[in-house]
Design a protein around this ligand. Structure first.
Ligand code: 5GP
Length: 115
Protein backbone atom coordinates (compact mmCIF):
# COMPACT_ATOMS: atom_id res chain seq x y z
CA UNK A 1 0.00 0.00 0.00
CA UNK A 2 1.36 3.42 -0.90
CA UNK A 3 1.85 5.90 1.90
CA UNK A 4 -1.00 8.32 2.57
CA UNK A 5 -1.23 11.71 4.21
CA UNK A 6 -2.44 9.92 7.36
CA UNK A 7 0.83 7.96 7.60
CA UNK A 8 2.63 11.29 7.59
CA UNK A 9 0.37 12.51 10.41
CA UNK A 10 1.15 9.35 12.42
CA UNK A 11 4.88 9.99 11.93
CA UNK A 12 4.39 13.67 12.82
CA UNK A 13 5.77 14.69 9.43
CA UNK A 14 2.77 16.96 8.94
CA UNK A 15 0.78 18.62 11.72
CA UNK A 16 -2.68 17.67 12.91
CA UNK A 17 -4.92 18.69 15.78
CA UNK A 18 -4.66 15.44 17.72
CA UNK A 19 -7.44 14.77 20.25
CA UNK A 20 -6.66 11.16 21.24
CA UNK A 21 -3.81 8.70 20.97
CA UNK A 22 -2.98 5.25 22.30
CA UNK A 23 -0.69 2.42 21.24
CA UNK A 24 -2.95 1.39 18.36
CA UNK A 25 -4.88 4.48 17.34
CA UNK A 26 -4.63 8.17 16.57
CA UNK A 27 -7.53 10.63 16.35
CA UNK A 28 -7.37 14.18 15.00
CA UNK A 29 -9.72 16.89 13.76
CA UNK A 30 -10.71 16.75 10.10
CA UNK A 31 -9.05 19.57 8.13
CA UNK A 32 -12.36 20.27 6.35
CA UNK A 33 -14.96 19.74 9.09
CA UNK A 34 -18.54 18.99 8.08
CA UNK A 35 -19.84 19.49 11.63
CA UNK A 36 -18.71 21.43 14.73
CA UNK A 37 -17.06 18.21 15.90
CA UNK A 38 -15.49 16.21 13.07
CA UNK A 39 -12.74 13.87 14.19
CA UNK A 40 -11.03 11.08 12.28
CA UNK A 41 -10.05 7.94 14.19
CA UNK A 42 -7.37 5.89 12.45
CA UNK A 43 -5.40 2.75 13.25
CA UNK A 44 -1.62 3.25 13.30
CA UNK A 45 -1.24 0.14 11.17
CA UNK A 46 -1.90 0.73 7.49
CA UNK A 47 -5.22 -0.74 6.35
CA UNK A 48 -6.41 0.73 3.05
CA UNK A 49 -10.16 0.16 3.14
CA UNK A 50 -12.89 -1.74 4.98
CA UNK A 51 -12.38 -4.45 2.34
CA UNK A 52 -8.85 -5.01 3.66
CA UNK A 53 -9.76 -5.59 7.33
CA UNK A 54 -8.68 -9.06 8.42
CA UNK A 55 -10.61 -11.20 10.95
CA UNK A 56 -7.70 -10.97 13.40
CA UNK A 57 -8.10 -7.17 13.34
CA UNK A 58 -11.63 -7.33 14.77
CA UNK A 59 -10.43 -6.15 18.19
CA UNK A 60 -8.63 -3.19 16.59
CA UNK A 61 -11.83 -2.14 14.79
CA UNK A 62 -13.72 -2.44 18.05
CA UNK A 63 -11.13 -0.19 19.68
CA UNK A 64 -11.76 2.42 16.96
CA UNK A 65 -15.44 2.50 17.88
CA UNK A 66 -14.65 2.68 21.60
CA UNK A 67 -12.21 5.54 20.91
CA UNK A 68 -15.02 7.35 19.08
CA UNK A 69 -17.25 6.79 22.12
CA UNK A 70 -14.51 8.20 24.38
CA UNK A 71 -13.88 11.25 22.17
CA UNK A 72 -17.61 11.97 21.87
CA UNK A 73 -17.75 12.16 25.66
CA UNK A 74 -14.55 14.24 25.75
CA UNK A 75 -16.08 16.67 23.22
CA UNK A 76 -19.37 16.82 25.15
CA UNK A 77 -21.54 15.50 22.32
CA UNK A 78 -22.31 12.04 23.69
CA UNK A 79 -25.74 12.82 25.12
CA UNK A 80 -27.03 14.85 22.15
CA UNK A 81 -25.64 12.24 19.80
CA UNK A 82 -23.34 11.90 16.86
CA UNK A 83 -22.55 9.80 13.82
CA UNK A 84 -19.72 7.37 13.17
CA UNK A 85 -19.11 6.48 9.54
CA UNK A 86 -16.51 4.74 7.40
CA UNK A 87 -16.41 5.38 3.66
CA UNK A 88 -15.18 2.63 1.34
CA UNK A 89 -13.84 3.05 -2.19
CA UNK A 90 -15.41 5.13 -4.95
CA UNK A 91 -19.11 4.70 -4.32
CA UNK A 92 -18.54 5.33 -0.62
CA UNK A 93 -16.64 8.55 -1.48
CA UNK A 94 -13.40 7.40 0.17
CA UNK A 95 -10.58 9.85 -0.60
CA UNK A 96 -7.80 8.77 1.75
CA UNK A 97 -6.84 5.11 1.53
CA UNK A 98 -5.89 4.62 5.14
CA UNK A 99 -8.85 3.29 7.11
CA UNK A 100 -10.56 6.00 9.14
CA UNK A 101 -13.73 6.40 11.11
CA UNK A 102 -15.48 9.78 10.93
CA UNK A 103 -16.94 11.00 14.23
CA UNK A 104 -19.33 13.89 13.55
CA UNK A 105 -21.59 15.83 15.86
CA UNK A 106 -22.20 19.08 17.66
CA UNK A 107 -25.28 19.94 15.58
CA UNK A 108 -28.37 18.25 14.23
CA UNK A 109 -27.09 16.11 11.37
CA UNK A 110 -29.14 15.28 8.29
CA UNK A 111 -30.45 11.77 8.12
CA UNK A 112 -29.04 9.44 5.49
CA UNK A 113 -31.80 10.48 3.07
CA UNK A 114 -30.48 14.06 3.31
CA UNK A 115 -33.38 15.48 5.37
P1 5GP B 1 -12.83 10.09 3.21
O1 5GP B 1 -13.58 10.82 2.14
O2 5GP B 1 -11.62 9.37 2.68
O3 5GP B 1 -13.71 9.18 4.04
O4 5GP B 1 -12.36 11.18 4.23
C1 5GP B 1 -11.07 11.75 4.22
C2 5GP B 1 -11.11 12.92 5.15
O5 5GP B 1 -9.78 13.32 5.43
C3 5GP B 1 -11.84 14.14 4.57
O6 5GP B 1 -12.93 14.48 5.42
C4 5GP B 1 -10.75 15.22 4.54
O7 5GP B 1 -11.23 16.50 4.87
C5 5GP B 1 -9.74 14.70 5.55
N1 5GP B 1 -8.36 15.09 5.28
C6 5GP B 1 -7.71 15.00 4.09
N2 5GP B 1 -6.44 15.42 4.21
C7 5GP B 1 -6.29 15.78 5.52
C8 5GP B 1 -5.18 16.30 6.26
O8 5GP B 1 -4.08 16.51 5.74
N3 5GP B 1 -5.39 16.56 7.56
C9 5GP B 1 -6.59 16.34 8.17
N4 5GP B 1 -6.69 16.63 9.47
N5 5GP B 1 -7.66 15.84 7.51
C10 5GP B 1 -7.50 15.57 6.19
Amino acid sequence: MSETIFSKIIKREIPADIVYEDDDLLAFRDINPLAPVHVLVIPKVEIATVNDIQPEQAELIGKMVLAAQHIAKQEGIDEDGYRVAINCNQHGCQEVFHLHLHLMGGKQLRNLAGH
